[in-house]
Write a protein that binds this ligand. Structure first.
Ligand SMILES: [Zn+2]
Length: 148
């Protein structure tokens, strides 16, 4: 437990602050990468060389914020009390693979719905919500999806 927050902050599930900073644009806005040579797109962001055309000109790419649920699983949330994310008191979290409108895939939590309402193929849109603590105990926010 932290002496400041009363929460667990030295846990495997807690992201490092440095990694969180590097990945912030993807987390807040679903910003991915695009190859300026062949047009291939990725999420999360990619740096370096395009594996398709071997070009080195990769730019930023704004992914669409809507898509549909392709698959999902319902998991017990072992950190209901500690994480502060609550999942609406369910003690469960819905993890989904979402196909965005441009065909890219994103793994994310589904929120604002009961576990019984989740369906394959349902339309969802991105929102920014609390994720977890960083190693410096700041809250980390990022994308989750809610019914569109
Ligand atoms: Zn390319």
């Amino acid at each position: 437990m932290s002496q400041f927050s009363g929460e667990w902050i030295n846990h495997d599930m807690i992201f490092t602050t440095f990694r969180a900073w590097r990945e912030r644009l993807g987390r807040y806005r679903l910003e991915g990468s695009k190859c300026l040579g062949c047009g291939q797109v990725w999420f999360p962001q990619r740096h370096g060389v395009c594996p398709k055309c071997h070009g080195r000109d990769l730019g930023s790419y704004q992914c669409p914020s809507t898509g549909k649920v392709e698959e999902f699983i319902i998991k017990d949330n072992p950190f209901t009390d500690l994480s502060g994310t609550h999942y609406h008191g369910r003690g469960k979290r819905v993890l989904a693979m979402i196909e965005l409108d441009d065909g890219l895939h994103v793994a994310a939590d589904l929120e604002d719905l009961s576990t019984a309402d989740v369906k394959v193929g349902m339309r969802v849109r991105m929102v920014t919500r609390k994720w977890m603590r960083e190693s410096n105990s700041n809250w980390q926010y990022g994308y989750k999806f809610v019914p569109a």
